[in-house]
Design a binder for this molecule. Sequence first.
Ligand code: CAA
Length: 240
Amino acid sequence: MNRVAIVTGGTRGIGAEISRQLKAAGRTVVASYAANDAAAQDFSRETGIHVEKFDAGDFAQCAAAVQKITKDHGPITIVVNNAGITRDATLTKMTRDMWDSVIDTNLGSCFNLCKLTFEGMRTEKFGRIVNIGSINGQAGQYGQVNYAAAKSGIHGFTKALAQEGARFGITVNAVAPGYVDTDMVRAVPADVLQKIVARIPVGRLGKAEDIARGVVFLTAEEASFVTGSTLSINGGQHMY
Ligand code: CAA
């Protein structure tokens, strides 16, 4: 069915693949991005997917974008909160700014997009929200108190909002990826990454496609009985 979906951080990495697979599933997809114009324009040209530039961590920018997308395409009833950044450092080296930027972008963005679309979903009596958490929000990770706190927050946010959405036909679920072959993971020092991969039972990094398949499943019309759940897609690295 042709519903309007927004994917934050949807022009690169895991988000780009989620955008592609949602489009292939018949959705009208708008992919947001924060900064990289060239990558976004290339992505849009190559896929035919609409792109919108705004900072998902900034409420006012999100409000303007949601208004524009609704006017251009119709009510947004599928939201994939995928936008995420890392600012890794041990606590002793982490600055307040590294904390704030990760909390605002990774967790604040979930509040922003859900807050701005939830009422519309209630009116439509249909909604599919998928929040991208992380294995590192489930298990913690050395050097990531900011990221682990934000992603862990996403898992709590998901379970709370699922309870509010249930009687309006709105499902709210999380996908918790493990280490996936993207620019974000490639930025981890090679020796550290090698040790991490050695602990993945499946024996490889995940692919963006592995994660996107889970998102498509959770956003399907037929997935109406799945809510408040976390789908871990991590090659067996953390069984939770
Ligand atoms: N457990 C215990 N000790 C550890 C450790 C670990 N996991 N990792 C490092 N240490 C130790 C080191 O051995 C070192 O000890 P010595 O001083 O005794 O040698 C000490 O901690 C300092 O380590 P570093 O030299 O690495 O410290 P640093 O300040 O240069 O770097 C870091 C710290 C930035 C956290 C770096 O280790 C790092 O980048 N780690 C990877 C973090 C990571 O996995 N990020 C995931 C990004 S991808 C993502 O987040 C996507 C997703 O959702 C999965």
